[in-house]
Design a binder for this molecule. Structure first.
Ligand SMILES: NC(=O)c1ccc[n+]([C@@H]2O[C@H](COP(=O)([O-])OP(=O)(O)OC[C@H]3O[C@@H](n4cnc5c(N)ncnc54)[C@H](O)[C@@H]3O)[C@@H](O)[C@H]2O)c1
Length: 278
């Protein structure tokens, strides 16, 4: 059911690769809610993925941009402003770690890759906001959201250098949220999403076991990509105008849990097996 929450609002959505992507679901919902927006991704992802199909569905265009490159971001913002004038919302839904891809553990990181992880997954957020601000691209009370993960606060086996990138991402939201809010009333927040089966998600070590664990631990269960999209829409809407500089957990309650009955039951079963064979 649509509520027209984004009627007349204009934006940019980064990071839709295929129909599993969280950004894909956000684009579909934003369209349903009356928004107009440009989609963007890297040239390689545009070739490998199916973002063109999404553009067709949402009656829009895809502009190629590597979010680590200032010149690409400048070009993207110029195109968006020529098309729409000022913008109301931007979604940063970008993450990648070459160390994770190459299966290098945290105590044996390749530092060139580590720089790339931070550049792609966190500094690109800083660069995007800087360029939006420099070009006076956002309307007052506009909303900028990036997607994060609880590994920014807590250590989760296998999340590797992406945990550092997410900590930095959340810090950038606070630092820029202050400056952009003070000067132009623009909101900057991160949404910390449950583990979700997407292309990036499937790269996380032990994702199946992790998703089962978080499902059992969370009183409301894991949040899906579509539910994450709903939350993003509310953050882009006028109903959340005084929310800024926050990391907002969207995880069914996982981040406040220590141990649940369901997880404990499963854990105890594994101990029984251990005793049987041990
Ligand atoms: N899937 C999960 O479990 C999960 C959980 C919490 C947060 N997140 C975050 O959600 C966001 C979206 O990920 P997803 O799970 O939808 O996976 P996804 O693989 O569909 O999306 C990741 C996107 O990042 C894009 N990207 C990579 N390098 C880029 C660059 N240099 N410039 C521009 N774009 C680039 C990719 O092309 C891709 O579209 C990421 O920030 C991810 O860390 C995911």
């Amino acid at each position: 059911m649509a509520y027209n929450l984004l009627k007349g609002k204009k934006g940019i959505i980064f990071g839709a690769l295929n129909d599993m992507s969280i950004a894909w679901k956000v684009a579909e919902k934003a369209f349903e809610e009356g928004a107009e927006f440009i989609l963007t991704n890297t040239p390689v992802s545009m070739r490998l993925g199916t973002v063109d199909k999404l553009a067709e569905k949402c009656n829009t265009i895809v502009v190629a941009a590597d979010a680590t490159k200032n010149e690409d971001l400048e070009n993207l913002v110029q195109i968006a402003m020529e098309k729409y004038g000022k913008l109301d919302f931007v979604l940063h839904s970008i993450g990648m770690s070459p160390n994770v891809r190459k299966k290098l553990p945290y105590d044996k990181l390749n530092y060139e890759y580590y720089h790339k992880t931070l550049d792609i997954s966190a500094l690109s957020f800083h660069k995007t906001i800087s360029i939006l601000k420099k070009n006076h691209a956002m309307n007052d009370w506009g909303s900028i959201v990036a997607l994060s993960y609880v590994a920014a606060q807590r250590t989760l086996y296998g999340y590797n250098d992406m945990a550092d990138a997410k900590s930095l991402l959340e810090s950038i939201a606070r630092s820029f949220g202050y400056i952009y809010g003070r000067e132009s009333k623009v909101r900057v927040n991160t949404i910390s999403q449950s583990p979700t089966m997407t292309t990036a998600g499937s790269g996380v070590k032990g994702i199946d076991g992790l998703m089962d664990f978080t499902e059992r631990m969370s009183p409301l269960g894991n949040a899906t990509a579509a539910e994450c999209a709903d939350y993003c829409i509310t953050m882009f809407s006028d109903l959340t105008r005084k929310v800024t500089m926050q990391n907002l957990f969207h995880d069914g309650g996982f981040s406040s849990m220590g141990m649940s009955l369901r997880a404990m039951t499963q854990y105890n079963k594994s101990l029984e097996i251990d005793t049987e064979f041990g």
